[in-house]
Design a binder for this molecule. Structure first.
Ligand code: ZN
Length: 195
């Protein structure tokens, strides 16, 4: 199963509203498994199809999954109920190493179709609820920086001198945008297919 390249901030597919999935076929199942492979290699908590260039309403969620640590494969997911609030630092594979404080609902109920075709409802709280809201946002072209407290934006940088091996360096949305534009240009120069 191939690992897919992750689309970076500034790529138009990340700003588009994704299309509903009409049919679960072999190509879709293959895409789901490739997304899971990509998510685990990139150590993401979840991944939405637009992040790998597919404008389809499809997400996979690893971190926090259910009690068995099972990976969720959700087709046409939608939030049907939301309650309370939580405030925490958030990141995204499409905005590498950027972090920001984002307020989310503490609990959500999500309805979706599974690859086997059943309609399910997931009730989630805490981290899983956060990841579900983040990934479903991707399907509407919404990124965490659209919801973040922009004064809290920072880079998570490796730093061997700190206890956990990282340090946070404050940044601005403007600087982040420049950095991601450079990243995309560099990738295109290496033979990437992005515009
Ligand atoms: Zn994301």
């Amino acid at each position: 199963m191939a690992r897919l390249p992750i689309r970076i901030y500034g790529d138009r597919v990340l700003q588009k509203r994704a299309k509903p999935v009409r049919q679960v076929d072999a190509a879709l199942l293959e895409l789901i498994e490739a997304m899971i492979e990509t998510m685990s290699v990139e150590i993401g908590a979840g991944l939405a199809a637009p992040q790998v260039g597919e404008s389809s309403r499809l997400i996979v969620v690893g971190a926090g999954g259910d009690e068995d640590g099972e990976i969720l494969r959700l087709i046409n997911p939608r939030i049907v109920a939301a309650l309370g609030s939580q405030d925490s630092m958030e990141g995204c594979l499409s905005l590498p190493t950027l972090r920001g404080q984002v307020q989310r609902n503490e609990e959500v109920a999500v309805k979706a179709t599974t690859p086997a075709g059943s309609e399910i409802t997931i009730e989630a709280a805490g981290l899983l609820a956060r990841v579900l809201q983040h990934e479903i946002d991707h399907l509407d072209g919404v990124l965490f920086t659209d919801r973040a407290d922009l004064d809290s934006l920072c880079w998570l940088l490796p730093d061997a001198d700190t206890e956990d091996g990282y340090r946070l360096e404050p940044t601005t949305m403007k600087e982040a945008q420049r950095c991601f534009a450079r990243m995309r240009r560099k990738r295109a120069g290496e033979g990437g297919s992005e515009p």
